[in-house]
Design a protein around this ligand. Structure first.
Ligand code: SF4
Length: 351
């Protein structure tokens, strides 16, 4: 079985031509796929009946998702879904909505997609990391998460404005499927979201960062650093292995140079672990002069023993970076009470 959501528009054209139909039939599949969200091939009414039947008998399908659990935050702005994708895969996906921005006056609806079930990186403060690795998601399973929320939003007269690859899993560890999904989602005959509205987050797999820089895409990059030195980082990200802090920062520089897109360093602040003024100074020193941005994330409650720092120490950490000339913000977390925030996703919490 091949899911039509797996195909790039060029591949869709090839498919219809191989079946003996004119090229324009591809758009009669693509348009409904990305604007009407059909559940079955029989709903592609612009195609001749015989062609729909041929697609089905040749093993093509439209992957469907259904919700097995939905949690909505108290303010209604964050929705976390546990989605069952056609082949029985269960995946968590989160929608975060923000009021109109001061810059362009538009509200934002950001979807946080997962690229793997579980994660092999084992970050000690992350619920997904504690699940271990289960499997890589296929491109169509990544696309399906976006389509599911796009359908919900469309029914409310809204649409998806941003995508962040920050859900379960390490995107660079599932590179080929992740980048196929990005190409489908950004293609103007596919889902058509602007490249600049996508951010890919990595724990710092430098080979993946370099590969992404060569893709000729304007994708935003976020690197989860969490520590300014290798000793501390190794404790928090046990698999950091060959990617040293220095290597990671250098890879971020290369990405910026190649794409012109500013890199964000994510830094999860944990009380008594990586939140001291001395560590803030060390971080400022290694990031100085590379034009990057630091996003401080006071840690969310997870299964581990890590505690969120006090507001005062977060502000002190921010002040030290700021005074050293480092561009820095503290992330406003959404959906903590429904375990939808950073580092809280796992698939066994429902019930
Ligand atoms: S923080 Fe990201 S890379 Fe680390 S275990 Fe969690 S999902 Fe994996």
């Amino acid at each position: 079985m091949t899911d039509l959501y797996r195909l790039l528009p060029e591949e869709m054209e090839q498919l219809v031509m191989d079946m003996g139909y004119p090229r324009y039939r591809a758009d009669q599949i693509l348009y409904p796929l990305y604007y009407k969200f059909p559940k079955e091939i029989s709903e592609l009414k612009q195609l001749p009946k015989i062609m729909r039947e041929e697609l089905i008998t040749s093993g093509y399908t439209i992957g469907s998702t259904h919700e097995t659990h939905r949690a909505v935050s108290d303010d209604g702005d964050t929705t976390k879904l546990l989605l069952n994708i056609t082949n029985g895969t269960s995946v968590e996906t989160v929608l975060m909505q923000y009021p109109p921005s001061k810059i362009n006056g538009h509200p934002r609806s950001t979807i946080c997609v997962s690229t793997q079930i579980g994660c092999a990186m084992g970050c000690v403060f992350c619920a997904t990391g504690q699940m271990g690795f289960e499997k890589n998601l296929k491109a169509e399973e990544i696309v399906a998460q976006v389509i599911h929320f796009a359908d919900i939003l469309q029914q409310r007269g809204e649409h998806v404005t941003n995508l962040v690859f920050m859900g379960m899993g390490e995107p660079m560890a599932n590179y080929d499927e992740m980048i196929r999904a990005v190409r489908i989602l950004t293609h103007d005959r596919g889902f058509g979201i602007g490249q600049r509205h996508i951010t890919i987050s990595t724990i710092g797999i430098t080979s993946g960062i370099d590969k992404l820089a060569e893709e000729n895409l304007q994708i935003g990059l976020a690197i989860s650093l969490h520590a300014p030195n290798n000793k501390l980082r190794k404790k928090l990200v046990p698999t950091a292995g060959p990617n040293s802090v220095e290597d990671i920062i250098e890879a971020g520089r290369r990405y910026y140079k190649k794409t012109g897109r500013r890199v964000t360093f994510e830094y999860a602040l944990m009380k008594g672990i990586n939140d001291s003024p001395e560590i803030a100074k060390e971080l400022a020193l290694i990031l100085k002069g590379n034009g990057s941005h630091v996003n401080l994330i006071p840690i969310n409650p997870t299964a581990g023993d890590f505690k969120r720092p006090t507001q005062d120490s977060v502000l002190e950490f921010e002040r030290i970076l700021y005074n050293a000339g480092i561009n820095c913000t503290v992330r406003v977390e959404k959906g903590i009470e429904i375990s939808a925030a950073c580092g809280q996703l796992r698939t066994d919490i429902v019930g």
